[in-house]
Design a protein around this ligand. Structure first.
Ligand code: PRX
Length: 631
C-alpha cells in the first residue's frame, strides 16, 4: 500500500489508470473484511451510481480499533490537548479508545439507537467527540457532525434534513478565552425538531444547563449503566457511514453521504501515502472534526493506520500566537497539517513566538482547505519546516472523502502554490465552458474527474437528484468539482479557486445564496447580493450589497449593519458574517432579472477600471451609484 519513491508513484499511478479495479482491490486487501467483496467497482456518472467493493462486509471500527489491539494496544491512539495549556491533557491508547467507544456505543443503544438511525453530534474538540463518532460507526448508526460554531437554526436544518433520532452534545465549549454554551443552542434548535427523541449531554464546562425530563440524559451517568462489551455491527461496504453538510452555490447546505468500505480504503491509503506516515509518529491535524478534514485525517485515516492522532480543543492564538508551536514542541509532533488561513494569521505576529520553541521534531507539513499563496508557503517552509520538511498542499473536498491532488511527502518534487499531481486512482481533466476537454499542458479550465475513486460521495442525503444536478449534470459523464485549475508545462496542477457562487472564507465553504437568504430575513431588508473579495488573512472576505426599505441614507447605518450581522450569526453562525456591508438603492440586473455578480465582484475587489460590458443591464446607472459608495 505504501509508495516510497517517485518511480513507485508513477508505476502505481499507471496501474491505477490501466486497471483501477485490480489496483484498488489490492489496496483493499490491507483491511479487515468480515466477508470479501464480489465485485470491486460498479459505476456510472449519469445516474450517478457508484459502488465500491460490492457485497463486502466490514465494520470500520474493527479496522480503526480492534485490529490494532494485539500489536499496539498500549500505543497512544489519541492525544488530546485542551484549550487551556494549564489543564491536563488526555492520552488514550488504542485499548482505552476501544473500551470507551464500545461503552458509548452501548449508551447509544440504551437510548434507542439502532443500525441506520441518524445521530447528530454537536460537540467541542474533546476526545469524546471522536468517541461519539466511532461509537455510531460501531453500531451502524449514521453520524452527522455539526461544527460547534453553527447556529441553532443551522443545527435544526441539518437535524430535520437527516431526521436524526438522537443528539450528542456537551454543556459548553471552551474556545480561546470564550466559553460557549452548546446545550442551550441545541435546546433552541430542538424546538423545531420533532424527530429527536434523546439528547446525550457530556460535561465539559459545567455551564448551567436545562435538562428536559425524558429527553435529556448525562453522558457520564449513562456510562455507569453499560459494559464495555459491544460487538461491531456487520456493515455492507455501501452502507452509509456518515452525512456531512456542506454549502453549495444554491439553496440550503446538502448532506454529503459517504459509505463504509470505499471511504475507509481511500482515507487510509491517502493518509499513509500523502504524509508518508511512519509507525510511532505523532500526527497533528489542526482542523475541527466538524469538517471533512477532521473526519478523514483526525479520526478515520489515522486510526485505521494505527497512528497517533492529536485533537486540539483550542485556537492558534490562545493564550498567545505561539500555541501551535508550543504543542509541536510539547508533544514532539512529527507531521503538522493546517490551513493557509492559520499560517497567514500567525505570520502577522512575527517570529518571536516561533523561535522560542523547538520545532526539530517536525518532518512533514501539510496545507489544506484553500489555495496557499506564495508568501504563506515560503513562511511555512522557511520558519516552520526550516527548509527541511516537505510541504504537501493537499487539494480535496467534502465530496471527495480524501485528498485527490497532492504531493507525496518527500517523494513528489513540490512547487509553491501547486497541489502538484493526482494521487493514484485519480483522473483529473480540465474542461472549457462547453465541457470540452482541454488537453496538453500549460492550460487552464474547470476541474473535473472522469473516473470514480473509492472515496467519492455516493449521494446527497434524501435528494439524489440534487447530487446529480450539482456534480454530474454540468459536464455529462464527469464529476465537476466547482474549482478552476491550471495545469502547467510540467503537468502540475494548481487550484485557482471556486468558479461557482461558493466562497472560501478562512478555509470554510460558504454559499453566497445562504448568506443572502440570511440577510434577507432581517427586518427591513428588501434584497441583497453577496460576493467574495480577496482578504489578507481569510483568503476571501464576504462583501454584502444590501437594499433596505428605508433607503440607504435615511437611518443609522452602523446600527443596521450591526443588527444584520446579528441576524446572519443567528441564522447560520458567526463564520458567515459579512466583513463589509454596503447599502445600495439597486443591484445591477439584466433584463431577465439576473444579478450580474461579475460587476459586484470587481467593485468589491476595488477594481472598477474595467467593469466590462454593462449595456445589457436594466439600469446601467446603478453601477455608478454602487461604485461611488464602495467600501
Ligand atoms: O475550492 C477548493 C478548496 O476548498 C474546497 C472544498 O471545501 P471543503 O469541502 O470544505 O473541504 C475543505 C477541506 C478538504 C475546494 O473545492 N480547497 C481545498 N483544498 C485546497 C483548496 N483549494 C486550493 N488548494 C487546496 N489545497
Amino acid at each position: 500500500m505504501r509508495i516510497r519513491t517517485f518511480d513507485e508513484y508513477q508505476t502505481a499511478y499507471q496501474k491505477s489508470v490501466d486497471d483501477p479495479e485490480a489496483f484498488w482491490a489490492e489496496v483493499a486487501q490491507n483491511f479487515q473484511w468480515r466477508k470479501p467483496w464480489t465485485k470491486t467497482l460498479q459505476w456510472n456518472f449519469t445516474d450517478p451510481d457508484v459502488k465500491w467493493f460490492v457485497g463486502g462486509k466490514l465494520n470500520i471500527t474493527e479496522n480503526c480499533l480492534d485490529r490494532h489491539l494485539a500489536e499496539r494496544g498500549d500505543q497512544p491512539a489519541i492525544i488530546w490537548e485542551p484549550n487551556d495549556p494549564n489543564e491536563a491533557g488526555v492520552t488514550l491508547t488504542y485499548k482505552m479508545l476501544h473500551d470507551q467507544v464500545c461503552r458509548f456505543a452501548n449508551v447509544l443503544k440504551r437510548n434507542g439507537v439502532v443500525k441506520g438511525d441518524r445521530v447528530c453530534i454537536y460537540m467541542p474538540m474533546v476526545p469524546e467527540l471522536a468517541i461519539a463518532v466511532l461509537a455510531c460507526a460501531r453500531i451502524g448508526a449514521v453520524h452527522s457532525v455539526v461544527f460547534g460554531g453553527f447556529s441553532a437554526q443551522s443545527i435544526a436544518d441539518r437535524i430535520n434534513d437527516a431526521q436524526c433520532k438522537v443528539v450528542v452534545t456537551a454543556d459548553g465549549a471552551y474556545r480561546g478565552n470564550k466559553e460557549i454554551g452548546l446545550k442551550s443552542t441545541v435546546d433552541d434548535a430542538l424546538i423545531g425538531c420533532p424527530s429527536v427523541q434523546k439528547v446525550i449531554v457530556m460535561t465539559r464546562t459545567r455551564t448551567p444547563v436545562s435538562m428536559l425530563k425524558g429527553r435529556d440524559v448525562w453522558w457520564e451517568q449513562e456510562l455507569k449503566q453499560v459494559t464495555a462489551d459491544c460487538p461491531a455491527e456487520e456493515m455492507d461496504a455501501e452502507d452509509m457511514l456518515f452525512i456531512l453538510y456542506t454549502s453549495g452555490s444554491t439553496g440550503k447546505p446538502k448532506g454529503v453521504v459517504h459509505t463504509c468500505g470505499g471511504y475507509m480504503v481511500y482515507t487510509t491509503y491517502t493518509f499513509q501515502n500523502v504524509f508518508q506516515y511512519e509507525p510511532g509518529q505523532i500526527f497533528f491535524c489542526t482542523a475541527d472534526i466538524g469538517w471533512i478534514t477532521g473526519h478523514s485525517y483526525i479520526v478515520y485515516g489515522p486510526l485505521a493506520s494505527g497512528a497517533t492522532s492529536m485533537i486540539f480543543e483550542g485556537v492558534p492564538t490562545y493564550p498567545d500566537c505561539g500555541r501551535f508551536w508550543d504543542i509541536v514542541d510539547k508533544y514532539k509532533v512529527n507531521i503538522l497539517y493546517t490551513a493557509p488561513t492559520a499560517i497567514r494569521s500567525l505570520m502577522g505576529f512575527g517570529l518571536e513566538k516561533v523561535e522560542n520553541h523547538d520545532l526539530s521534531s517536525l518532518q512533514v507539513l501539510g496545507s489544506v482547505g484553500e489555495p496557499i499563496n506564495e508568501e504563506a508557503w515560503y513562511w511555512y517552509n522557511d520558519h516552520i519546516g526550516k527548509n527541511r520538511c516537505p510541504i504537501v498542499d493537499t487539494w480535496w473536498q467534502t465530496e471527495t472523502g480524501g485528498t485527490l491532488i497532492s504531493p507525496l511527502a518527500g517523494i513528489t518534487k513540490t512547487k509553491p502554490t501547486y497541489a502538484t499531481l493526482p494521487l493514484p486512482g485519480v483522473q483529473p481533466v480540465l474542461v472549457d465552458e462547453n465541457g470540452k476537454e482541454i488537453e496538453g499542458n500549460g492550460v487552464s479550465g474547470n476541474l473535473c474527474m472522469k473516473f470514480p475513486w473509492p472515496g467519492i460521495l455516493r449521494t446527497t442525503y434524501g435528494d439524489h437528484e440534487r447530487c446529480r444536478q450539482t456534480y454530474f449534470a454540468t459536464y455529462p459523464g464527469l464529476y465537476f468539482t466547482g474549482d478552476g485549475c491550471l495545469r502547467d508545462k510540467d503537468g502540475y496542477y494548481r487550484i485557482t479557486g471556486r468558479v461557482d457562487d461558493v466562497l472560501n472564507v478562512s478555509g470554510h465553504r460558504i454559499g453566497t445564496a445562504e448568506v443572502e437568504n440570511a440577510i434577507n430575513m432581517h427586518t427591513g431588508v428588501v434584497e441583497s447580493a453577496v460576493v467574495g473579495y480577496p482578504h489578507d488573512i481569510k483568503g476571501q472576505g464576504i462583501y454584502a450589497y444590501v437594499i433596505t426599505e428605508s433607503g440607504a441614507s435615511s437611518h443609522d447605518e452602523d446600527l443596521t449593519k450591526r443588527d444584520i450581522l446579528a441576524t446572519v450569526s443567528r441564522i447560520i453562525g458567526p463564520i458567515a458574517k459579512p466583513d463589509k456591508i454596503q447599502f445600495v438603492t439597486g443591484l445591477p440586473k439584466t433584463r431577465s432579472g439576473k444579478i450580474m455578480r461579475r460587476i459586484l465582484r470587481k467593485i468589491a475587489e476595488g477594481d472598477t477600471s474595467n467593469l466590462g460590458d454593462t449595456t445589457t443591464l436594466l439600469d446601467p446607472a446603478v453601477v455608478d451609484d454602487i461604485k461611488a459608495g464602495a467600501i
